[in-house]
Design a protein around this ligand. Sequence first.
Ligand code: F6R
Length: 247
Amino acid sequence: MVIYNAKDYNDMSRKAANIISAQVIIKPDSVLGLATGSTPEGTYKQLVEWYKKGDLDFAKVKAVNLDEYKGLSKDNDQSYAYFMRKHLFDHVNIDINNTFIPNGLEEDSKKECARYNQVIKSLGGIDLQLLGIGGNGHIGFNEPGEAFEKETHCVKLTDDTIKANSRFFASLDLVPKFAYSMGIKNIMQAKSILLVASGKSKADALYKAIYGEIVPSVPASILQLHNNVTIVADDDALSIIKEKGLL
Ligand code: F6R
């Protein structure tokens, strides 16, 4: 595991965008596993800037997202499909037919999860998986639990996550209670993983993920078992790790 200490959110975003750019330059037909949420917004903004300057080409890139709320259509402005178009896909030359995200409107969870696992397999695996981390240590929507979920599954979101995500919705009641998410096995099969973290609210989860026991109650702790993980985190997110003299 390599840890890059960024000084703040902007620095984290630039460093993360540099790593994604390098991946796309080295392998123009990369399969990128993508995440939503506040943390990668700056990374996507930077990638769009570099694309506009002519430094990046997404023509052959394929993108497969981690998760989607169950019950939201791709045109709902709180859906992750909408987020991806708004922050990245609408601004670069990626072929929208090469972008994949669970279908929030599919009510049959078993069917949708099987379909999405098949999508990931048919892409030949993920070259670089971008991850954020929840304050409770979740990755994708793999919430703390009794066991690591393997493949795409339908998740009942925890109260913590519903509360954290309610900042994007008009009220707490409007936050969906379920989501489709890639499982830990899907994530761990990515050839490389880039985890971004910013802010004090992530410090405890990041410390436990990197230095704690590998337990399903901290889903991100499984990343200790992957052989190609890069973490780009700012001073605040690394504060506990630094206080303990681990970095
Ligand atoms: C989103 C996702 C989530 C977020 C996590 C952190 O696709 O997979 O695991 O990465 O909830 O969210 P932010 O970045 O909003 O703090």
